[in-house]
Design a protein around this ligand. Structure first.
Ligand code: PAF
Length: 440
């Protein structure tokens, strides 16, 4: 190796046309490129497609070891050009037959994580058609760098650095803030973020600022190992799980004050709750600087407060509200559901049934606000286990008070306590009067 050179491994494959000819031509062209020296090439091996795709012939694969003075991005450009010269159309549909595929596996010891290029290749160790040739070329696979997902960050500065690297690499970054105890509702936020973003980061932090002195901060369910498994399954790239001291240093004293969006309903019952939510979310936004952030519609007032705070403080972030995920019997998924005793769990479906009943009345033409609210209360009253905190009908989105007169839509919101489980549980639910209804 001469000064300025980097040792690189590139995996190659072909399963269309004259496979061997495509590979030999590509290797010759690589070797003839200024700044690239071919050191060694593995034998060719046959493999079948990994993953789902249309029926197709077997691949011929191998790995080539190079020395290069080119940057990783320039080398990627050369590989793409060679794929094009072999007749591959780019962007190519995933897992379709291709005359030539060149993948950068290792570029020295560098870790690169940009929109165009992730090195080490994220899945090299899962592919025998890459591992075998690497072994043949004398690479110690156990000592080789692996891309582990999700990477877990505790200190804010390290998580911020990871997000900055993605942003500098042109990635669209999505943030899924959570307090852990992840369930299907969180999984759906992650799935939506995964579809819309190049990189997805989830945060797991039980935020003391949003719990009152008599609330369940200490008892809030915590299961980091289970949460990380869910994040890995959901394809999350990074998890930020700081300690309280890392998130709020001892001198921490700057808080977000929230206004009208936080008044009434949860805001009336949980003093300072939304100030605590807005403060932690603002801090998460400042650390990660995502393009998009994902929140569940179950906590509709929280969503309204966060939308307002984001606008007021000028964060250039798209807030994405995601539909409520329910159990088969209608109960909205929530981390606190685990604390419901069996009888309360059975009774808890009353919330959704009450909302559905009023929605049904609206669909059939009821436009009187008091009648709609009375309908929710009447159904709730059939379940003595539910101690109702409030029933409200507010505007969609901002959850503002509706003007007097006949209602033309809006969102019904309800909260109730159940007391017979391991500890008292407050459940929230809401439903748009127009949701899923064919009102034509
Ligand atoms: O909805 C939650 O889990 C929390 O309130 C949030 C938004 C993560 C802030 O701590």
């Amino acid at each position: 190796m001469t000064v300025g050179e980097t040792l690189v491994f590139v995996a190659f494959g072909s399963n269309e046309g004259d496979r061997e000819q495509h590979l030999r031509t590509a290797l010759q062209r690589l070797g003839a490129t200024p700044g690239i020296v071919v050191v060694r090439t593995s034998q060719l091996r046959e493999s079948t497609l990994q993953g789902h795709g249309p029926a197709q012939g077997a691949f011929l694969n191998g790995v080539v070891q190079l020395r290069t003075t080119l940057s990783a991005l320039a080398l990627l450009g050369v590989c793409k050009a060679l794929e094009g010269m072999a007749g591959r159309r780019l962007p190519a549909p995933r897992n379709h037959p291709r005359p030539l595929d060149l993948d950068l596996i290792f570029y020295g010891q560098e870790r690169i994580d940009t929109r165009e290029l992730v090195v080490p290749h994220p899945r090299w160790h899962e592919r025998e058609f890459v591992c075998e040739p690497l072994r043949e070329l004398g690479v110690d696979l156990d000592a080789s760098p692996r891309h582990v997902a999700p990477r877990v960050y505790e200190p804010p500065i390290e998580f911020a650095a990871q997000c900055s690297e993605w942003l500098a690499g042109g990635c669209v970054v999505g943030l899924v803030p959570t307090m852990g105890a992840l369930h299907a509702g969180h999984r759906s936020l992650m799935a939506i973020a995964r579809r819309e973003c190049d990189r997805v980061a989830a945060t797991i932090f039980v935020n003391p600022l949003q719990f009152g002195p008599n609330e369940d901060f200490a008892a809030y369910p915590r299961d980091l190992t289970g949460d990380l498994a869910i994040c890995a399954e959901a394809g999350v790239d990074a998890v930020f799980a700081p300690t309280v001291a890392q998130m709020y240093d001892p001198e921490f004293c700057s808080h977000v004050a929230v206004g009208a969006a936080a008044q009434g309903m949860e805001g009336a019952l949980r003093k300072d709750h939304f100030g605590g939510v807005a403060t932690v979310v603002a801090r998460l936004f400042a650390i990660a600087r995502p393009h998009r952030a994902y929140f569940g519609e179950k906590d509709a007032q929280q969503l309204a407060v966060i939308r307002r705070m984001t606008r007021d403080l000028g964060f250039p972030i798209r807030i994405v509200g995601c539909p409520i995920v329910r159990e088969a019997d209608g109960l909205a998924r929530s981390s606190r559901n685990v604390y419901l005793g069996a009888a309360d769990r059975a009774a808890s479906t009353i919330l959704h049934r009450a909302l559905r009943s009023a929605q049904g009345a609206f669909v059939r033409g009821e436009r009187d606000r008091d009648a709609l609210l009375a309908r929710v209360r009447a159904v709730l009253a059939t379940e003595p286990r539910a101690e109702v905190d409030y029933v409200e009908l507010r505007s969609e989105g901002a959850l503002a008070e509706l003007p007097p007169g006949p209602v033309d839509g809006g969102r019904l919101l309800v909260a109730a306590k159940f007391r017979d489980g391991a500890r008292p549980v407050r459940l929230l639910d809401n439903l748009s009067l127009r949701e899923g209804a064919d009102l034509a």
